[in-house]
Design a protein around this ligand. Sequence first.
Ligand SMILES: [Zn+2]
Ligand SMILES: [Zn+2]
Length: 286
Amino acid sequence: MVLIDCHTHTQYSMDSEADIHSCAEHALEAGLAAYGISDHCEVNCWYPAEHYEKQGVDMSLSDYYNYAADFEASLSAVTRLKEEYAGRLNILCGTELGQAHHDTGLADRIVSDERLDYVLGSVHQIRNEKDFYFINYRQYTPEQLHGLLKRYFTEIYELCCWGKIDILSHLDYCRRYMKCGYQIDFDISVFDEIIAEAFRELIKRGKGIEINTSGLRQGFGDTFPGLKYAKLFRELGGEVLSVGSDSHTPEDIGANVRDGVNIAKAAGFEYIAYFRRHEPVFLSIS
Ligand SMILES: [Zn+2]
Ligand SMILES: [Zn+2]
Protein backbone atom coordinates (compact mmCIF):
# COMPACT_ATOMS: atom_id res chain seq x y z
CA MET A 1 0.00 0.00 0.00
CA VAL A 2 1.28 3.45 -0.88
CA LEU A 3 1.75 5.56 2.27
CA ILE A 4 2.33 9.25 2.83
CA ASP A 5 2.64 11.46 5.90
CA CYS A 6 2.15 15.16 5.22
CA HIS A 7 1.61 16.42 8.76
CA THR A 8 4.70 16.07 10.95
CA HIS A 9 6.59 18.25 13.40
CA THR A 10 10.28 18.49 14.28
CA GLN A 11 12.51 20.30 16.76
CA TYR A 12 11.53 23.52 14.94
CA SER A 13 8.04 23.36 16.45
CA MET A 14 7.72 24.72 19.99
CA ASP A 15 5.92 21.58 21.16
CA SER A 16 8.38 19.04 19.72
CA GLU A 17 11.97 18.01 20.36
CA ALA A 18 12.13 15.58 17.44
CA ASP A 19 15.61 15.68 15.92
CA ILE A 20 15.08 16.36 12.22
CA HIS A 21 17.64 13.76 11.12
CA SER A 22 16.06 11.05 13.29
CA CYS A 23 12.75 12.05 11.71
CA ALA A 24 14.11 11.55 8.20
CA GLU A 25 15.51 8.14 9.18
CA HIS A 26 12.13 7.09 10.61
CA ALA A 27 10.36 8.32 7.48
CA LEU A 28 12.73 6.15 5.40
CA GLU A 29 12.07 3.12 7.61
CA ALA A 30 8.32 3.70 7.35
CA GLY A 31 8.66 3.47 3.56
CA LEU A 32 6.78 6.71 2.92
CA ALA A 33 6.22 7.73 -0.69
CA ALA A 34 6.06 11.34 0.54
CA TYR A 35 7.25 12.79 3.81
CA GLY A 36 6.05 16.33 4.51
CA ILE A 37 7.46 18.42 7.34
CA SER A 38 4.98 20.99 8.63
CA ASP A 39 6.30 22.84 11.66
CA HIS A 40 4.00 25.24 13.49
CA CYS A 41 3.62 28.86 12.48
CA GLU A 42 0.84 30.74 14.29
CA VAL A 43 0.09 33.89 12.32
CA ASN A 44 -1.26 35.67 15.42
CA CYS A 45 2.11 35.21 17.17
CA TRP A 46 4.48 36.23 14.38
CA TYR A 47 5.70 39.54 15.75
CA PRO A 48 7.34 40.14 19.14
CA ALA A 49 4.80 40.27 22.02
CA GLU A 50 5.14 44.07 22.38
CA HIS A 51 3.67 44.50 18.89
CA TYR A 52 0.39 42.92 20.03
CA GLU A 53 0.36 44.63 23.43
CA LYS A 54 0.64 48.02 21.71
CA GLN A 55 -2.39 47.09 19.60
CA GLY A 56 -4.36 46.31 22.75
CA VAL A 57 -4.55 42.54 22.21
CA ASP A 58 -5.37 40.59 25.40
CA MET A 59 -2.16 38.57 25.61
CA SER A 60 -3.42 36.61 28.61
CA LEU A 61 -5.48 34.56 26.14
CA SER A 62 -2.48 33.32 24.21
CA ASP A 63 0.44 31.27 25.36
CA TYR A 64 2.73 33.67 23.50
CA TYR A 65 5.64 32.27 21.54
CA ASN A 66 7.47 33.93 18.66
CA TYR A 67 6.95 31.77 15.59
CA ALA A 68 8.86 33.88 13.07
CA ALA A 69 12.27 32.58 14.17
CA ASP A 70 11.14 28.94 14.11
CA PHE A 71 9.60 29.38 10.67
CA GLU A 72 12.92 30.48 9.19
CA ALA A 73 14.85 27.77 11.07
CA SER A 74 12.42 25.06 9.90
CA LEU A 75 12.42 26.07 6.24
CA SER A 76 16.24 26.35 6.13
CA ALA A 77 16.68 22.98 7.83
CA VAL A 78 14.11 21.23 5.61
CA THR A 79 15.67 22.73 2.47
CA ARG A 80 19.07 21.32 3.53
CA LEU A 81 17.48 17.98 4.45
CA LYS A 82 15.94 17.70 0.97
CA GLU A 83 19.41 17.99 -0.58
CA GLU A 84 20.90 15.53 1.85
CA TYR A 85 18.23 12.89 1.13
CA ALA A 86 17.80 13.60 -2.59
CA GLY A 87 17.02 10.38 -4.49
CA ARG A 88 16.37 8.46 -1.24
CA LEU A 89 13.41 10.16 0.40
CA ASN A 90 10.70 12.36 -1.09
CA ILE A 91 10.74 15.26 1.40
CA LEU A 92 8.28 18.13 1.10
CA CYS A 93 8.70 21.47 2.79
CA GLY A 94 5.50 22.64 4.45
CA THR A 95 4.22 24.64 7.35
CA GLU A 96 1.21 24.26 9.63
CA LEU A 97 -0.11 27.79 9.45
CA GLY A 98 -2.47 28.72 12.29
CA GLN A 99 -5.07 31.49 12.10
CA ALA A 100 -4.06 32.82 8.67
CA HIS A 101 -7.49 34.47 8.37
CA HIS A 102 -6.74 36.70 11.39
CA ASP A 103 -4.14 38.63 9.37
CA THR A 104 -4.34 37.75 5.68
CA GLY A 105 -1.83 40.44 4.68
CA LEU A 106 0.83 38.88 6.88
CA ALA A 107 -0.26 35.34 5.94
CA ASP A 108 0.05 36.24 2.22
CA ARG A 109 3.62 37.32 2.88
CA ILE A 110 4.48 34.17 4.87
CA VAL A 111 3.15 31.74 2.26
CA SER A 112 4.92 33.52 -0.59
CA ASP A 113 8.20 31.97 0.62
CA GLU A 114 9.42 30.02 -2.39
CA ARG A 115 10.87 27.21 -0.31
CA LEU A 116 7.36 26.07 0.64
CA ASP A 117 5.81 23.11 -1.13
CA TYR A 118 2.55 23.35 0.79
CA VAL A 119 0.58 25.05 3.50
CA LEU A 120 -1.54 23.19 6.02
CA GLY A 121 -4.28 25.49 7.26
CA SER A 122 -5.27 25.20 10.92
CA VAL A 123 -7.45 26.99 13.42
CA HIS A 124 -6.06 26.43 16.92
CA GLN A 125 -7.49 29.57 18.46
CA ILE A 126 -10.58 31.58 17.54
CA ARG A 127 -10.98 35.30 18.15
CA ASN A 128 -11.28 36.35 21.79
CA GLU A 129 -10.78 32.80 23.07
CA LYS A 130 -7.86 30.76 24.32
CA ASP A 131 -6.22 28.10 22.17
CA PHE A 132 -8.53 25.04 22.16
CA TYR A 133 -5.81 23.15 23.99
CA PHE A 134 -6.12 25.46 27.01
CA ILE A 135 -9.91 25.88 27.20
CA ASN A 136 -11.72 24.56 30.28
CA TYR A 137 -14.75 23.06 28.55
CA ARG A 138 -16.56 22.51 31.84
CA GLN A 139 -17.12 26.26 32.15
CA TYR A 140 -19.56 26.15 29.22
CA THR A 141 -23.24 25.26 29.21
CA PRO A 142 -24.26 23.07 26.22
CA GLU A 143 -25.62 26.22 24.51
CA GLN A 144 -22.35 28.08 25.04
CA LEU A 145 -20.39 25.11 23.75
CA HIS A 146 -22.59 25.13 20.67
CA GLY A 147 -21.80 28.84 20.25
CA LEU A 148 -18.06 28.23 20.61
CA LEU A 149 -18.07 25.50 17.98
CA LYS A 150 -20.27 27.52 15.65
CA ARG A 151 -17.68 30.31 15.78
CA TYR A 152 -14.92 27.74 15.23
CA PHE A 153 -16.49 26.29 12.06
CA THR A 154 -17.31 29.78 10.82
CA GLU A 155 -13.61 30.65 11.17
CA ILE A 156 -12.71 27.40 9.34
CA TYR A 157 -14.92 28.64 6.50
CA GLU A 158 -13.24 32.05 6.63
CA LEU A 159 -9.81 30.36 6.48
CA CYS A 160 -10.86 28.36 3.41
CA CYS A 161 -12.14 31.54 1.72
CA TRP A 162 -8.69 33.11 2.13
CA GLY A 163 -7.73 30.66 -0.60
CA LYS A 164 -4.05 30.07 0.02
CA ILE A 165 -4.02 26.91 2.05
CA ASP A 166 -3.27 23.69 0.19
CA ILE A 167 -4.69 21.32 2.81
CA LEU A 168 -7.20 21.98 5.57
CA SER A 169 -5.86 20.38 8.76
CA HIS A 170 -7.67 18.30 11.37
CA LEU A 171 -11.19 19.65 10.72
CA ASP A 172 -12.71 18.69 14.10
CA TYR A 173 -9.66 18.05 16.29
CA CYS A 174 -10.96 20.16 19.21
CA ARG A 175 -13.33 17.26 19.95
CA ARG A 176 -10.27 15.40 21.27
CA TYR A 177 -9.77 17.88 24.12
CA MET A 178 -13.47 17.83 24.92
CA LYS A 179 -13.81 14.06 24.91
CA CYS A 180 -10.46 12.98 26.35
CA GLY A 181 -10.10 15.78 28.91
CA TYR A 182 -13.73 16.47 29.85
CA GLN A 183 -15.76 13.46 28.63
CA ILE A 184 -17.84 15.76 26.41
CA ASP A 185 -18.73 14.12 23.09
CA PHE A 186 -20.22 16.83 20.94
CA ASP A 187 -22.11 15.86 17.78
CA ILE A 188 -20.91 18.30 15.11
CA SER A 189 -23.55 17.28 12.51
CA VAL A 190 -25.42 20.50 13.32
CA PHE A 191 -22.58 22.33 11.53
CA ASP A 192 -22.64 20.23 8.38
CA GLU A 193 -23.87 23.08 6.20
CA ILE A 194 -21.05 25.48 7.11
CA ILE A 195 -18.56 22.59 6.83
CA ALA A 196 -19.88 21.84 3.33
CA GLU A 197 -19.48 25.53 2.43
CA ALA A 198 -15.85 25.43 3.63
CA PHE A 199 -15.26 22.28 1.55
CA ARG A 200 -16.74 23.96 -1.54
CA GLU A 201 -14.25 26.82 -1.16
CA LEU A 202 -11.38 24.33 -1.14
CA ILE A 203 -12.77 22.26 -3.99
CA LYS A 204 -13.23 25.17 -6.38
CA ARG A 205 -9.52 26.00 -5.92
CA GLY A 206 -8.31 22.39 -6.35
CA LYS A 207 -7.27 22.19 -2.70
CA GLY A 208 -7.84 19.45 -0.16
CA ILE A 209 -8.41 18.18 3.33
CA GLU A 210 -6.35 15.83 5.44
CA ILE A 211 -7.20 12.69 7.34
CA ASN A 212 -5.30 13.42 10.54
CA THR A 213 -4.61 10.11 12.27
CA SER A 214 -3.48 11.49 15.65
CA GLY A 215 -6.85 10.74 17.26
CA LEU A 216 -6.26 7.02 16.73
CA ARG A 217 -3.17 6.95 18.94
CA GLN A 218 -4.27 9.59 21.43
CA GLY A 219 -7.38 7.97 22.86
CA PHE A 220 -10.04 9.69 20.75
CA GLY A 221 -10.67 6.58 18.70
CA ASP A 222 -11.19 8.20 15.30
CA THR A 223 -9.38 10.34 12.76
CA PHE A 224 -9.88 14.12 12.33
CA PRO A 225 -12.14 14.19 10.47
CA GLY A 226 -13.65 10.70 10.37
CA LEU A 227 -15.09 8.78 7.43
CA LYS A 228 -18.34 10.78 7.32
CA TYR A 229 -16.60 14.06 6.38
CA ALA A 230 -14.13 12.40 4.00
CA LYS A 231 -17.24 11.06 2.22
CA LEU A 232 -18.93 14.45 2.26
CA PHE A 233 -15.82 16.04 0.74
CA ARG A 234 -15.80 13.38 -1.99
CA GLU A 235 -19.55 13.73 -2.67
CA LEU A 236 -19.15 17.48 -3.09
CA GLY A 237 -16.55 16.81 -5.79
CA GLY A 238 -13.36 16.96 -3.70
CA GLU A 239 -10.42 15.12 -5.22
CA VAL A 240 -7.48 16.12 -3.07
CA LEU A 241 -7.22 14.05 0.11
CA SER A 242 -4.03 13.99 2.15
CA VAL A 243 -3.00 11.92 5.17
CA GLY A 244 -0.97 13.03 8.18
CA SER A 245 0.02 11.58 11.54
CA ASP A 246 0.61 14.95 13.26
CA SER A 247 3.70 13.31 14.75
CA HIS A 248 5.72 15.25 17.31
CA THR A 249 8.31 12.47 17.78
CA PRO A 250 10.34 10.54 15.18
CA GLU A 251 8.68 7.27 16.31
CA ASP A 252 5.19 8.55 15.44
CA ILE A 253 6.05 9.40 11.84
CA GLY A 254 3.74 7.36 9.65
CA ALA A 255 1.65 6.24 12.65
CA ASN A 256 -1.74 4.95 11.50
CA VAL A 257 -1.37 6.45 8.03
CA ARG A 258 -2.41 3.03 6.70
CA ASP A 259 -5.73 3.51 8.53
CA GLY A 260 -5.96 6.96 6.93
CA VAL A 261 -5.56 5.47 3.45
CA ASN A 262 -8.23 2.88 4.25
CA ILE A 263 -10.62 5.69 5.20
CA ALA A 264 -9.80 7.42 1.93
CA LYS A 265 -10.72 4.23 0.05
CA ALA A 266 -13.91 3.74 2.06
CA ALA A 267 -14.88 7.33 1.24
CA GLY A 268 -14.58 6.59 -2.47
CA PHE A 269 -11.16 8.07 -3.24
CA GLU A 270 -8.92 6.30 -5.74
CA TYR A 271 -5.95 8.57 -5.03
CA ILE A 272 -4.29 10.27 -2.10
CA ALA A 273 -2.36 13.46 -2.68
CA TYR A 274 0.52 15.58 -1.48
CA PHE A 275 1.67 18.97 -2.72
CA ARG A 276 4.88 19.98 -4.42
CA ARG A 277 5.26 23.69 -5.19
CA HIS A 278 1.56 24.05 -4.27
CA GLU A 279 0.47 21.63 -7.02
CA PRO A 280 -1.18 18.33 -6.05
CA VAL A 281 0.60 15.09 -6.85
CA PHE A 282 -1.77 12.11 -6.91
CA LEU A 283 -0.83 8.56 -5.89
CA SER A 284 -3.11 5.64 -6.76
CA ILE A 285 -4.48 3.67 -3.81
CA SER A 286 -6.85 1.38 -5.71
ZN1 LIG B 1 -2.67 21.55 14.57
ZN1 LIG C 1 0.25 19.64 13.82
